[in-house]
Design a protein around this ligand. Sequence first.
Ligand code: ATP
Length: 485
Amino acid sequence: MESTAPVTTAQANASSSTPSGASGPTADRVSSHTHVKGLGLSEFGTVDVNANCGLVGQVPAREACGLVVDLIQAQKLAGRALLLVGPPGTGKTALALAMAKELGPAVPFCPMVASQVYSKEVKKTEMLTTSFRKAIGLRIREQKEVYEGEVTELTVEETQDALQHANTYGRTIAHVTLSLKTTKGTQTLKLDPTMYESLAKENVTIGDVIYIESNSGAVKRVGRSDTFATEFDLEAEEYVPLPKGDVHKRRQVVQDVSLHDLDLANAQPSGNSSRKDVVSLMASLGRPKKTEITDKLRTEINKVVTKYIQDGVAELVPGVLFIDEVHMLDQECFTFLNRSLESRLSPIVVLATNRGVTHVRGTGSGGQDGGGVKAPHGIPVDLLDRLLIVPTRVYSEPEMRDILRLRAATESIVLDDAATLGKLAEIGTRTSLRYAVQLLTPAHILASCSGRTIVSPRDVEEADLLFLDGKASAQRLSQMEGFLE
Ligand SMILES: Nc1ncnc2c1ncn2[C@@H]1O[C@H](COP(=O)(O)OP(=O)(O)OP(=O)(O)O)[C@@H](O)[C@H]1O
């Protein structure tokens, strides 16, 4: 029986041909943008103040970014670029991340800081090319033979020969007997001992719905069969219906990879394989021993990709390349960007800078930073002309208060009342939003040193006395001119 229901990216990633970039579950750390969940727009594209998206204010910028997300989703913005401009700490990076969240995990989002292009070993243009290709996705549809069903029997037959089949779980296994049930019937499979590790890694137990790829042996636990849904009152499990049709079937598996994944997987020490079809491209994903990715290899991969797009086997998914602090790029990189934006295989480029009129790096030898030509945002006018520019503005005190409230909740810090937030927002207006956010943790530590779990305005004041913000430090230096020399 043939099933055409596409599996999700997560399911596709269970395959052994998963791109090297796709990783397993990672522990979430609280970072400076953890609270940002999306742009928080209504279906009409206007800011929804009740949306729990983690963003505060910046209404026109959020609506403009929402429009860009729509254009990206409609695949109408490929090869264009957006520039976010505004003073430091006004949420340019937060907006770019919110756009990525809106686009979802299937659309590649490759963030980088412009200074990353400067390396002793790798050319600047090579760095940019790699980032461009990381931001271009390819959705490949493959027909795969799979066994799918609810596990009704899972028996591990152990062997007497302790040396022969010892696995990493310390058991010596002869074979595994697995019975899978679907709405149509049950099939019992005798599995190779090596498959035990895959089953153990996915924590497969009786009652789980799983699928196994027959050619690679990759096992994916889809969820728990919904016949067990009433087992507990509270559960973190995902319940899924009993699969339909036969246990053994062909199904369409959708895999999302980036062009860079394919480049990397196909970089071989001794020339390139003459056989370049989608299967060999994908099969190379797990192969060790890679060498440099050459332009020739990229051209070859592009040819195969173009052919498979034309044949309808694969679909191009232009993602987003985000370059922060873009004024750090030089003339050479800007020329490269200009040319690359015109290429057919180009992602959407989102740039951000907090600079006004400044030197373009790499133009002449006049300025201290080697720049002779000045341009708005340090970007040559010919590139600037191609960009859609979205400005961000500084926050008002109430907006700062809202952002600080969100940050405190994200960092699990309890503030005693509006007075503490007011104090922090006042400090933020005098100094900067970042400084006020950074005071949260020290104030929390000071509160716990005094045996309290709730942070009071006094803790904030005390923390503020211990540290200097950027402006205060600059002022202090101008007062003590020459003292530090
Ligand atoms: N509108 C907002 N809503 C919620 N949080 C925000 C908002 N704007 C900024 N922040 C938070 O404030 C901090 C600084 O913002 P961000 O790094 O995005 O600023 P930026 O404009 O990129 O600064 P820079 O120009 O220095 O790179 C981050 O923790 C960010 O998540």
